[in-house]
Ligand binder design. Structure first.
Ligand SMILES: Cc1cc2nc3c(=O)[nH]c(=O)nc-3n(C[C@H](O)[C@H](O)[C@H](O)COP(=O)(O)OP(=O)(O)OC[C@H]3O[C@@H](n4cnc5c(N)ncnc54)[C@H](O)[C@@H]3O)c2cc1C
Length: 401
């Protein structure tokens, strides 16, 4: 098998890259280790920055998002029983975000890829990237069925090789591509807490996201649709989700969202429960020879700033432009600049995600002095237009490229 761009991973990064390359007339093959149903059901991100929304529309993947997504013009910060709304358009010259689940973004991109006839091989696991420093890099892979086509059954496990001009590792944090970048440097921080997340069949109790700082820990009210709520509780990192009963979860959420007014939390059947660890991670550089890393394969942010999916989109837009430039002009300039261009934006997102995490979460062993500082930081954001603008600009997104 041979292609121009071999893409490992059909998460948002890999799928969008394939779409952008297709639109630029560059052929690619996407290899995905899991089956289609798994990729389309994996609950993860839900907030699309303005720039991500614009990119999906321009790529021809915005039709259902525009119909079913929920435009949000602000978020609420809640602390010391107080409520404060951050008004994005007023602070940023009209910017907003879109609530549209990652599952739906992936479904739309998969449908487009298959419709355009672009090869997207599910149940096909990349085993290694080889010869990345040459002009003929290869992906060694194993597919589940005889020909690796979608839905192919059986434990065929046949090994094969995809020869490429370029390889892009969009295979997430646990993928294989990053291992083929030698001499890289990593920067990492793990947090001693995680998020217990639930999906519930109940209309959201507020029409915008609510970020609550409470002495008992952080809580987030979010949503997936007008009838499905997504809520999170800060819990110790080693928490077993099943150790929390549904009633305990609702009781704890109610306490952490408490206010002085008559706001109430709607309860409903919990349909999913899981614990997400919190980690900050960056691998530099994001390139080795003709192998490029994009999305979670290169960097992770804690979900407090809602940046993970948006960073993945920024990476692949930058890379698609660089590959199109190479095709049109023969120049490697933009490919050479890829890692540095992306890392500038990545580190801004790391900073913002870290700021939001430390602003809102109770760190185990925090002193009363640190608690007071946290409240002072919140007070500053809610009383200074400059501080609030800084948050609004970062939340609605940093420029791509
Ligand atoms: C529980 C959870 C909640 C999150 N919440 C948010 C949020 O609210 N907001 C936000 O912005 N971000 C959030 N994120 C982060 C966001 O989901 C990720 O940043 C985003 O999925 C990154 O996309 P990606 O395509 O780079 O990687 P992924 O989505 O991880 O996709 C990688 C793909 O590669 C495949 N793969 C892996 N190894 C191989 C291999 N060897 N061969 C072939 N295929 C392979 C995987 O199966 C997967 O489909 C969350 C993440 C998690 C885990």
């Amino acid at each position: 098998m041979r292609t121009t761009v071999g893409i490992i991973g059909a998460g948002p990064a890999g799928l969008l890259l394939a779409r952008l390359l297709h639109n630029a007339g560059i052929d690619s093959v996407v290899l995905e280790s899991r089956d289609r149903a798994y990729v389309e059901r994996r609950q993860r991100a839900g907030i699309l920055e303005q720039g991500t929304v614009d990119v999906l529309r321009a790529a021809g993947a915005g039709e259902r998002m525009d119909r079913e997504g929920l435009r949000h013009d602000g978020i609420e910060l809640r602390f010391a029983r107080r409520r404060h709304r951050v008004d994005f358009p007023a602070l940023t010259g009209g910017r907003s975000v879109m609530v549209y689940a990652q599952t739906e973004v992936c479904k739309d991109l998969i449908a487009l890829q298959l419709k355009s006839g672009g090869p997207l091989l599910f149940e096909t696991e990349a085993l290694a990237v080889e010869d990345a420093e040459t002009d003929r890099p290869r992906i060694r892979f194993r597919h589940g069925g005889a020909d690796g086509t979608e839905g192919a059954e059986g434990a065929g496990g046949a090994e094969d090789v995809l020869e490429c001009d370029y390889v892009v590792g969009c295979d997430g944090f646990w993928g294989v591509a990053r291992a083929a970048v030698p001499d890289g440097r990593t920067f990492e921080r793990t947090y001693p807490f995680g998020w217990l997340g639930i999906l519930a069949d109940v209309a959201p109790s507020h029409d915008e996201l609510v970020y609550a700082r409470h002495d008992r820990g952080f809580a987030l009210l979010s949503m997936r649709s007008p009838s499905v709520s997504r809520l999170y509780l800060q819990v110790p990192a080693d928490t077993d989700a099943d150790s929390w009963s549904d009633e305990q979860i609702w009781d704890e959420l109610e306490r952490r969202f408490e206010t002085d007014d008559d706001w109430t939390l709607r309860r409903g059947p919990i349909t999913q429960k899981s614990v997400t660890p919190m980690r900050s991670y960056v691998h530099e550089p994001m390139r080795h020879g003709r192998l490029f890393l994009a999305g979670d394969a290169a960097h992770i942010v804690p979900p407090t700033g809602a940046k993970g999916l948006n960073l993945a989109v920024g990476d692949v837009v930058t890379l698609a432009q660089a590959l199109a430039h190479r095709t049109a002009t023969g120049s490697d300039d933009l490919l050479d600049a890829y890692s540095e261009t992306c890392l500038r934006r990545v580190w801004q997102a790391e900073r913002f995600s870290y700021d939001m995490t430390t602003l809102l979460h109770g760190a185990p062993g925090a002193t009363p002095f640190e608690d007071r500082l946290q409240l002072a930081r919140l007070d500053r954001i809610t009383s200074s237009r400059a501080a609030e603008t800084d948050l609004a600009e970062a939340y609605t997104g940093f420029p791509i490229g």
